[in-house]
Design a protein around this ligand. Sequence first.
Ligand SMILES: Nc1ncnc2c1ncn2[C@@H]1O[C@H](COP(=O)(O)OP(=O)(O)OP(=O)(O)O)[C@@H](O)[C@H]1O
Ligand SMILES: [Mg+2]
Length: 455
Amino acid sequence: MKEARILIVDDEDISRENLGHILNKEGHSVVSVDRGIEALKKLEDTEFDLVLTDLKMKQVDGMEVLTRTKEQYPDTEVIIITAYATVATAIEAMRKGAYNYIPKPYKMDQVRLVVKRALEKKKLKDELRTLKRDYKARVGSPLIIGKSRKMQEINEMLAQIAPTDCSVLIFGETGTGKELIARAMHHQSNRAAARFLAFNCGAFTEELLANELFGHERGAYSGATSTKIGLLEAARGGTVFLDEIGDMPPSMQVKLLRVIEGRSLLRVGGTQSIAIDIRVIAATNKDLDQEVEAGRFRKDLFYRLNVVSLDLPLLAERKDDIPLLAHHFRRRYAKALEKTIEDISDEAMDILVNHEYPGNIRELENIIERAVALCNRGVILPKHLPQGLEKLCFTVYRHSRDHLPTLEENELEYVRWVLKRVNGNKTRAAEILGIDRVSLWRKLKRWGLTENAEG
Ligand SMILES: Nc1ncnc2c1ncn2[C@@H]1O[C@H](COP(=O)(O)OP(=O)(O)OP(=O)(O)O)[C@@H](O)[C@H]1O
Ligand SMILES: [Mg+2]
């Protein structure tokens, strides 16, 4: 077993030295003290795996060492060793969480064995905690969909900077996934087991901002009837996501900078500085360089936050990801609405891929949510998509930016689309197209579509 940290508490010199000798020989690192009060001090400074304590000592006795250890460091195991063993004290010790109770005089082997077992238990507990933390981190982590080159770059950056604990500034238009990326960064960091708290800096007046971020002391102002812990304090050990940082009023920017640099804050109305331990991830859809230039955003805060920056692309700049995202949202909303919706038709997907998405991924998500709601079962079709989207399809239908369609190609697509809408009824189609049936038939023949068009 790997070296363990053991604290021995005994007021009798010989007994203490003996025990220390045995455990040192086992390869453990041992600290010995002769008074209970000393033991409590040591416990505050160092993390121990195991405490071996005598029972009868002046001032702070072994029972108190046991109680305090279990209260403050529940994972640390405690063994009581005593020359005054009684059934009553043994029961009390076990009830208070002692691992074992050894009466003096003891045999060396007995102590070795009990210590070994106690340390094994401690190790198991530690492992379990690590497993739980990893599990929690994995389960809570959001799924980032996207295989486009831009998304791959972002994922690589994410993996690289997540564990570093440095401040990050995320730029991106509305709905590009700023919060999602910030959450993922938290989950891939060493802070994953602690909290991720998101805060919208644009949604509050200055006074409320201070109140929410820093908290207040009781009586800080009329109405402050109790102490309030602010967000920056509550996120201890975790990550704070400051959304729309570009909208934070300048006077708050100064205060925030001071807190981040000093790693401590004063609650509103408070005089005592409180240490904070957070990672800050900020986001904005404004051009902060420009805001700095215009004097609306403080340069020093900008540099403090912008240790690393991430630029999220528009959805229109990574159209390859649209099918993946669309299916991802289809599955999510079909499950949420308890519907069986297995696919998105090619026509519907073409329309989706060619739309421009001013609202980015959130807009796509909303479109799919709506389509799933309108579609009863089976496949999402163009008719389940919002009207405005459909119109677009004839100008850029099926064609990438590199290949702009000819008039004829466009005509072909449009005629096919109309035929589909009217279930192949050529008379209806010709009416809609504003040509006679014979002209339509000729076109179809030229395109080799006469067979298909019959149905
Ligand atoms: N790569 C992605 N994979 C899966 N879902 C995504 C992805 N990016 C964004 N989303 C989803 O799109 C929606 C919008 O993302 P998010 O809220 O993170 O955007 P935002 O940039 O913070 O937007 P806003 O500026 O409007 O606050 C969310 O529901 C999010 O889960
Ligand atoms: Mg957001």
